[in-house]
Design a binder for this molecule. Sequence first.
Ligand code: SAH
Ligand code: SF4
Length: 331
Amino acid sequence: MKWIHQRGVLNFMEMTDFSLELREQLNELAIAEPPEVEDCLTSPEGTKKYLIKLDSGSMIEMVIIPEKKRLTLCISSQAGCALQCTFCATGAQGFERNLTPNEIIGQLWIANFYQQPSQQISNVVFMGMGEPLLNVIPVLSSISIMQHQNAYGLSKRRITLSTSGIVPEIKKLASRTDVSLAISLHAANNKLRDEIVPINKKYPLEQLIQSCKDYLINQSKRKTITIEYILIDGVNDSLEHAKQLVAVLRGLSCKVNLIPFNPFDGCNYLRSKEKVIQDFKDHLIGKGLITTLRITRGDAIDGACGQLVGKLTKSIKAKTSSKNINIVNTS
Ligand code: SAH
Ligand code: SF4
């Protein structure tokens, strides 16, 4: 654990405090290999996006976001996603496959050790490609390595699992892990949420919010749940929508993270106007909700996860076209 996850060493023969015999056995029996980095793009603000190729040929993305005191890694749990949220580039690609535990933890290894000198990720968020609660066992295995003292030693507050609302799994989650939970809400009435987050038809808002409340009861030390709400022009960003959000969240200990929509090719939505975003935020704050506005970063490198893979897939599909994908390798 320490050699691989703390020192970044993958070659068993270099693990010099093991006997030669053990090193040779390990060499024969095992491999320690992260997935392959296909490309690394850096935005002007320092956000780095990695395009990673799995051995099955599927592509996934991860993003490293430097902040004042944190270095946050946004990782993927699936190649593609079956849930088809209308604002999401990953959803538009459809589902390819679940990631294995090593492909998930391999992303954290790459983030720490791929570029030299090595760096230390301080926070991990499952907000990349895929729905983590539809790949629960591998996600939980990778979390246990993230938290392990002989590996990355990340505390529960430094790992956030984001879900679109797989209610039966949220109900089971508290007995299995203690990481922070984020809910991709994006709409506060069932009619609209059915449309933009279709899994809502199966697990409607009332069930989702109740499962969040239960999650907090069972784990008394976890005080809040993060509610993610993308603001899409003319879709979910009116004052009426803000009022609905306040009503739906009543009684839930939470903080709201507003996210200006990140446009991508093939999606007709637009980002909400500055003033609309501000008014929406002010309304929530006025009603006593802790509300933050996510700074949009990495627009130049197709910020939201799934967008880069989406472009690449499209460009591969359009074999006859001479257009190249517009990416620059800055690694
Ligand atoms: N499937 C999980 C985790 C991955 S998606 C979930 O839905 O929570 C994580 C987040 O990516 C979503 O909540 C949303 O906040 C963000 N996202 C997806 N598409 C986006 C877009 N076009 N613009 C801004 N954020 C987006
Ligand atoms: Fe899947 Fe999350 Fe994208 Fe919805 S937002 S399609 S659940 S990855």
